[in-house]
Write a protein that binds this ligand. Structure first.
Ligand SMILES: Cc1cc2nc3c(=O)[nH]c(=O)nc-3n(C[C@H](O)[C@H](O)[C@H](O)COP(=O)(O)OP(=O)(O)OC[C@H]3O[C@@H](n4cnc5c(N)ncnc54)[C@H](O)[C@@H]3O)c2cc1C
Length: 308
């Protein structure tokens, strides 16, 4: 049995594993991808949002995270997806898609988010979510519609325009993008209000496009945790206390799956630290209780021997 099974090796899970290892515990990361780093693997763009990291793309940040965690000899089961987490005695049983069962005294859910599809189906002419797939697309001379009104929609508008698209239009039911983007994107390219999408014809409100890019934000991803019956918010994000403790004692949720703070690498990593320290308190409390019980028993034995 390991001290903590961590589901997902993105910034949150990797940070939690590192801190647990440094604190003297035995964590085990289970990561569906072949390498650690989570969503950062999908970003070819510069990551300029981590103060001590300079001049690296998201993918390079992910590669560094992967190498760092492995250098500490932390157990990582890569290329293996968790299919179920259930409570078992004083801990948790974690089952993976190759039929392995890993038991942990505690469990950390760090499986992040998936791009929301808005019930649309990804296809060659309909990309869902930002990242590598958008960056690797040839937009030259194309008519492109972006669906969504957040930072991602506006940032990708600029990216796609710079890639030589003939026309790029944003369709947003509401606008949530930051001021910087609102000042850069021409207002005539933004349609605010209701619109309809025909995936087969690649049309939006009747207008023909070559490519539709869906940037509807993100939704939490933890189908494997159903039997835990975790308390969730109306959008499905896992509710936790300030220690990242969920409604099930011993089960913690960190990073974007809990979305307690502004989602990014640094806040996800901070969650990992907070959970690791809470787990330390939980496991050491048990160790102290056991120690005191043993010491009391030994004391009684000692008295009996002295009397005899
Ligand atoms: C294109 C792009 C650019 C970005 N740029 C930046 C940036 O510049 N700066 C910044 O701070 N943030 C950026 N972000 C956001 C940042 O990557 C995320 O906030 C961060 O990765 C969230 O970390 P996380 O560990 O919570 O989740 P994730 O990174 O999503 O990690 C979750 C991990 O869990 C794994 N997983 C999921 N389900 C299972 C399962 N059942 N079994 C096993 N493993 C599972 C996934 O494979 C994944 O590796 C960017 C995101 C994208 C998509």
């Amino acid at each position: 049995m390991v001290d903590t099974v961590i589901v997902g090796g993105g910034p949150a899970g990797a940070s939690c594993a590192l801190w647990l290892k440094m604190l003297g515990f035995k964590p085990c990361i289970i990561e569906r991808r072949a390498s650690l780093g989570g969503l950062q693997n999908d970003s070819p763009y510069p990551n300029q949002w981590i103060a001590p990291i300079f001049g690296k793309s998201g993918a390079e940040v992910a590669a560094e995270m992967h190498a760092h965690i492995l250098s500490h000899g932390i157990e990582c089961r890569l290329g293996e997806a968790v299919v179920e987490v259930s409570s078992r005695g004083n801990g948790f049983a974690v089952t993976t898609d190759i039929g392995a069962q890993i038991d942990g005294k505690t469990v950390v859910l760090a499986s992040g988010v998936r791009p929301s599809t808005g019930d649309l189906k990804a296809a060659l002419n309909l990309l869902v979510g930002p990242g590598v797939q958008v960056a690797s697309q040839d937009f030259a001379g194309k008519q492109v519609a972006i669906l969504g009104g957040g930072d991602n929609a506006f940032e990708n508008y600029l990216f796609i325009k710079n890639r030589g698209a003939a026309n790029v239009h944003i369709y947003a039911r509401s606008i949530r993008a930051r001021k910087e983007f609102l000042e850069t994107v021409p207002v005539e390219d933004v349609h605010v209000g209701q619109y309809s999408v025909d995936e087969r014809q690649t049309t939006v409100s009747g207008r023909q496009y070559d490519q539709i890019v869906v940037l509807y934000g993100w939704e939490p991803h933890l189908p494997y945790a159903k039997s835990l019956g975790l308390a969730r918010d109306p959008r499905g994000f896992v509710l936790t206390d300030p220690d990242c403790q969920t409604s099930v004692p011993g089960a913690f949720a960190i990073g974007e799956v809990a979305q307690r703070m502004h989602p990014c690498c640094v806040t996800s990593m901070a969650d990992g630290v907070v959970a690791a320290k809470a787990i330390q308190r939980t496991l050491e409390r048990d160790a102290v209780t056991k120690f005191v019980a043993t010491a009391k028993r030994a004391g009684q034995l000692f008295k009996q021997m002295a009397r005899a």
